[in-house]
Design a protein around this ligand. Structure first.
Ligand code: PLP
Length: 507
C-alpha cells in the first residue's frame, strides 16, 4: 500500500468510526449472531493476494459489526464502563503510526519520559500522596500497565520476592522452598476475580476473607486471620483491599487495614480499578482516606476516564521493591543511562519486556478534555446513576440492594430471585440494554452501570422504560399462567367431583 492509498484508507476509516459511533444508539447493544456465525463467513486462510482496503471495510460492516457487543453504546450497562474519547482514539492511531516500544529509556526516551509526566499529572489530579510522584525525591512513582489484573499481579510478585528476601535474612536456617511454601496473602470475598488469579499465578495462597455484612472488608477481620496464620507458622505477605468492588462498588476500610498491615509488615495494595477516578472529586475526598499508608495502588483509566482500553495506572511507594524483584538483565538491554535511581527503564516494573507507548493516548486525552472535562464526565456518570436510582425507588415493584456508588446502581425486583432472573433473561433476549446479574447472601440482583462514550439522561429513560415494561410483561404472563393453572385445577376438581358422583351412583 503506498502512502496515497494509505491516506485514503485512513480517511475512510475515520469516517467509518464516526459513522459507527454517531449512530450507535440505532443498534441493539447485544449481537444476534450464534456461535460460529462469524467464523463461517470468513476464509480459512490468509488471502494469497493483497485485497483492496474498500473490500476490507465492507467486510467490517458486513461481518464484524453484526458480531459486536457495543461497549461504547449508552445501552451497555454491564460490568463497568470501558469508555473512550476522540482524543484517545487518535492517540491509538498515533501510537500505531509511530510504532515504538519503550521498554528501556534508550528505546524511546519520549516514551519513558512522557509516561513519567502523565503519571505525575494523574497523581496530582487524583490528590494522591506526594511520595507516589516521580518528581518527588523519594523512590516512588507511577507506571502504565495493561490492566488491573497485571498491576495486582506485579504487586503480589514484588511483595512475595521482598518477603522471601527478608525471611531468608531473618531465618538463614530455613530453605527458600520452605519459606515459599509458608507465604500467604489476603483479600476479601468481594474482591475481583483477578485477585484470586494473581494468587494462582504467583503460586501463593490467597485467602479471601468474608467482608462484613455491609460488604466492607475491615482490619479486625484481617487481624484475626493473620494472628491465626502466624500462630500456624505461615508468613503473611500482602493484603489486597478494594476501593469500588465489582459486585456493588463497596469501599474497603483502608485505614483499619493499614494499621494491621503496618503491625505485621504486610504489603498493602489497593485495587481501585473503577472507583480510583473519583479521588479527583472533592465530594468523594472520603475515598482517599488512608491512601498515604498503602504500598501500591492501581486504577484503570479505561474505566471512567475516557482513555480507551488498555490503560491501567499503577503507583508504588518504593519502586526499588519492584525493580529489585524483576530485574533480569542481558547485555543487549544495557545502555549508558540505565542507572535506575535516575531514570526508570519501565521493563523492570512490568511482566512483559515490550511495552506500548500508552502515555501518548493518555496525554492526548488529558489535553483534549482538560482536568475540568474529566471531572465533568465522572460527575455526569454519578448524576445519571442518581437519575436511575430515583426511578427504581419510585417503582414499588423494585428495591435497591446496596447504596448507589458512583455510576453503579444495584437493584432487584421484589420477591423471589426467580422474578429478577426472568427479567434479566428477557432483557438479554430483547438485546436493547445489557446488564449483568450478581448475588449476595442468596439474593440475586442486577447491576446498572453507567457506560458508553456519551450517555445522556434520555438514555437512562430509555433503559428504565425497557426494564419496567418488561417486568410488567412478566407479571402479566405470570397472571395468565396462574389463571390457566387455576382453570386446570378447577377442572380437575370438577372431574374429581364427577368421578365421585359416578361412583356414588354405581354404589
Ligand atoms: N478490579 C476491579 C475492582 C474490577 O472491577 C475489575 C474489572 O472490572 C478488575 C479488577 C479487572 O480489571 P482488568 O480487566 O483491567 O484486569
Amino acid at each position: 500500500m503506498d502512502f496515497d492509498e494509505f491516506r485514503e484508507f485512513g480517511h475512510a476509516s475515520i469516517e467509518f468510526i464516526i459513522n459507527y459511533l454517531s449512530n450507535i444508539r440505532q443498534r441493539n447493544v447485544l449481537s444476534s449472531v450464534q456461535p460460529f456465525d462469524v467464523i463461517n463467513q470468513l476464509p480459512r486462510q490468509i488471502p494469497e493476494q493483497p485485497e483492496h482496503w474498500r473490500q476490507i471495510l465492507n467486510d467490517m460492516e458486513r461481518i464484524i459489526l453484526p458480531g459486536l457487543t457495543h461497549w461504547q453504546s449508552p445501552y451497555f450497562n454491564a460490568f463497568f464502563p470501558s469508555s473512550t474519547s476522540a482524543g484517545s482514539i487518535i492517540g491509538e492511531l498515533l501510537i500505531a503510526g509511530i510504532g515504538v516500544l519503550g521498554f528501556s529509556w534508550i528505546c524511546s526516551p519520549a516514551c519513558t519520559e512522557l509516561e513519567m509526566v502523565v503519571m505525575d499529572w494523574l497523581a496530582k489530579f487524583l490528590h494522591l500522596p506526594k511520595h507516589f510522584l516521580h518528581e518527588d525525591d523519594g523512590p516512588g512513582g507511577g507506571v502504565i500497565q495493561g490492566s488491573a489484573s497485571e498491576s495486582v499481579l506485579v504487586a503480589v510478585l514484588a511483595a512475595r520476592e521482598q518477603a522471601v528476601r527478608k525471611e531468608r535474612e531473618n531465618h538463614p536456617e530455613m530453605s527458600e522452598s520452605d519459606i515459599r511454601g509458608k507465604l500467604i496473602a489476603y483479600s476479601s470475598d468481594q474482591s475481583n476475580s483477578c485477585i484470586e488469579k494473581a494468587g494462582l499465578l504467583a503460586a501463593i495462597r490467597m485467602k479471601l476473607l468474608p467482608a462484613d455484612e455491609d460488604l466492607i472488608f475491615r482490619g479486625a477481620t484481617l487481624q484475626k486471620a493473620i494472628e491465626k496464620d502466624v500462630a500456624a507458622g505461615l508468613i503473611p505477605v500482602i493484603c489486597i483491599a478494594t476501593l469500588g468492588t465489582t459486585g456493588t462498588c463497596a469501599y474497603d476500610d483502608i485505614e483499619s487495614l493499614a494499621s494491621i498491615c503496618e503491625q505485621y509488615q504486610v504489603w498493602l495494595h489497593v485495587d481501585a480499578a473503577y472507583a480510583g477516578g473519583a479521588f479527583a472529586l472533592d465530594e468523594c475526598a472520603e475515598l482517599r482516606r488512608g491512601l498515604d499508608r498503602v504500598d501500591s495502588l492501581n486504577f484503570n483509566l479505561h474505566k471512567f476516564m475516557q482513555v480507551s482500553f488498555d490503560c491501567a495506572a499503577m503507583w508504588v511507594r518504593d519502586a526499588n521493591n519492584v525493580v529489585d524483584s524483576f530485574n533480569v538483565d542481558r547485555i543487549y538491554l544495557k545502555h549508558k543511562h540505565d542507572d535506575q535511581t535516575k531514570i526508570p527503564d519501565f521493563r523492570h516494573w512490568q511482566i512483559p519486556l515490550g511495552r506500548r507507548f500508552r502515555a501518548l493516548k493518555v496525554w492526548i486525552t488529558f489535553r483534549t478534555l482538560g482536568a475540568e472535562g474529566l471531572r465533568a464526565t465522572m460527575r455526569k456518570h454519578i448524576d445519571l446513576a442518581i437519575q436511575f436510582e430515583r426511578a427504581v425507588k419510585a417503582d414499588k415493584r423494585f428495591e435497591v440492594v446496596a447504596p448507589r456508588a458512583l455510576g453503579l446502581v444495584c437493584f432487584r425486583a421484589k420477591g423471589d430471585n426467580e422474578i429478577t432472573a426472568q427479567l434479566q433473561h428477557r432483557l438479554m433476549e430483547r438485546k436493547k440494554i445489557y446488564m449483568v446479574k450478581a448475588e449476595h447472601c442468596g439474593r440475586l440482583f442486577l447491576r446498572f452501570s453507567i457506560c458508553g462514550m456519551d450517555p445522556k439522561p434520555s438514555d437512562i429513560e430509555f433503559a428504565w422504560t425497557e426494564i419496567e415494561t418488561q417486568l410488567t410483561a412478566i407479571c402479566a404472563e405470570d397472571q395468565v399462567n396462574a389463571r390457566k393453572a387455576g382453570d386446570i385445577t378447577d377442572l380437575s376438581h370438577h372431574l374429581t367431583g364427577l368421578q365421585l358422583t359416578n361412583e356414588t351412583l354405581r354404589r
